[in-house]
Design a protein around this ligand. Structure first.
Ligand SMILES: [Fe+2]
Length: 129
């Protein structure tokens, strides 16, 4: 099971907290599915997480604007593509709730490490100018 750890830090307390809460929600939902055998359908999970992620992307984009991140538009496109993909899942999902959780978490981990880290590095460089 994947937990949030400092290796995922993007150098901003609020955005780190969003990522951390997302990881915790995935863990809790997975526990509900696996241990308590609760009847949670994929549609409910996707709708819940996609609302949360939309809020997070919005705040993250505001932050990238505030720090003058030069690759903001590229990053915003990546957010939109993910949001559209999730929206597609919401309307045409044949995946189980576990598969959806795994997909969303793996995507977020990869996104933090590959793309969010770029604005982190930019903010660091600005600090040491
Ligand atoms: Fe992002």
């Amino acid at each position: 099971m994947q937990q949030w750890s400092s290796e995922y830090s993007v150098g901003n307390e609020l955005l780190d907290a969003h990522h951390h809460v997302f990881f915790e929600m995935v863990t809790e939902l997975r526990d509900d599915l696996e241990k308590e055998h609760k009847d949670i359908d994929a549609h409910t999970i996707i709708a819940f997480l996609s609302d949360y992620i939309d809020m997070h992307f919005h705040v993250e984009e505001q932050y990238m604007t505030a720090i003058g991140f030069p690759e903001l538009s590229k990053h915003t496109v990546v957010h939109h593509q993910f949001a559209e993909h999730v929206n597609g899942l919401l309307h045409h999902s044949t995946q189980s709730a576990s598969e959806v959780l795994n997909f969303m978490q793996q995507w977020l981990i990869q996104h933090i490490l590959c793309e969010d880290k770029l604005y982190y590095l930019h903010a660091q460089r600005q600090l040491h100018k």
